[in-house]
Design a protein around this ligand. Sequence first.
Ligand code: PLP
Ligand code: ZN
Length: 436
Amino acid sequence: MQGDPLVALRYNQHMTKFVGYRCSLCNAEYLPGQVTYTCPKDGGNLDVVLDYEAIRLKFQPEDLASRAEDSLWRYLPLLPVPDPGGEGTPLRAAGWTPVFTLTRLAEKLGLEHVWLKDESRNPTASFKDRASAVVVARAREIEAEVVVTASTGNAGAALAGMSAAIGQKAVIFAPKSAPAAKVAQLLVFGAKVILVNGTYDEAFDLTIQAAQEFGWYCRNTGYNPFTAEGKKTAAFEIWEWWQAENRESKTEKSEKSNQLPLTIFVSVGDGNIISGIHKGFKDLLALGWMEKMPRIIGVQAEGSAAIANAFHAGTEKIIPISANTIADSISVDLPRDGVRAVRAARETGGTYIQVSDEEILQAIAALGPLGIFAEPAGATAYAGLVRAAGQELVKAGDPVLVLNTGSGLKDVGAAMRAVAAAPIIEPTLEAVKRIL
Ligand SMILES: *Cc1c(COP(=O)(O)O)cnc(C)c1O
Ligand SMILES: [Zn+2]
């Protein structure tokens, strides 16, 4: 490997841009080899620090847009990992998800422009593939033998799937209450699956202990600094898409039409997706590649709203709750990335919205007839938009992008609760006529 000049070049490029970590609480800085997970002083989440000057010297925004890679790996120049390889495998298919126009729903809500970025199209059918792909690249770089994560299901499925793609060993701890489809994914991808008779939060702490005990590399959300780096690639895609969208709609007299800032709706559990997306936009601002920060609105389930509570109390102090919601992927007692999640809304002029389980089920039923199948946590962001439109948090002309973070196939039990059951009839035409 050392003798391969191409590998050496890739590695050098990577080393010049990844300069270390900065604690989100005390601002202490660390070199890349100095720490692995959180701040040793106060347990704060670490932000990856990039050398923007070095990146700017080597790359222009057009260099990214012109890369042939139709996946999150097109943003390798902005990621703190070397190229993990895995060409021709699902690892190379993470990200680059489609954006759909929700014209009919926009009309209903009294809005002009509503889009949905469909993260259920990722290889293991959730947003988590972005984080797991980049963590697997990091694991390969540091030659970790085993990667482990706690998960309500999706993070584990993503880690299991991305690991399977390149033959990396993975261990997944999930609460035994995880939906069957998610557990099936873990098992089929060939990970070592351990179901914990406890909550996600208990599985989380156990995973950290096990990683220490057995020398495994831990991917836990809001603990491993590389998950947010993977998740930030969604911001890069949104930025690229929004530029293209505006180029198309720009007329000669409205040169400024691309100045309208987007409002983005994200569902929030641990708070790592929203802080990752925020980080991506901060990278672009720091590089001078983007002018205006989009407004980021976090949506939580009423029964799992520790971050929303802190936001509305005007504090960064996250008080744990006892979570209870149908949206299992965002059911979290103690959010592990709460502080940065509060800031993602506060620093972008956004806010937090809470929605009931009933509203989440209605959101699943509203998106379905457009051909979009969301799991409860995936539909939560749209439920938040419905609330926001009702409260005039978004104005008619505001361009709005909603994320669907996970596929409805992940939790068919919840999906069936969102719709009326199908009739069962005798196999006769009369019976058909009776029910039509
Ligand atoms: C994990 C997850 C979320 C929330 O992400 P956090 O980083 O925990 O806030 C939302 N939707 C789905 C489908 C998820 O799997
Ligand atoms: Zn610190």
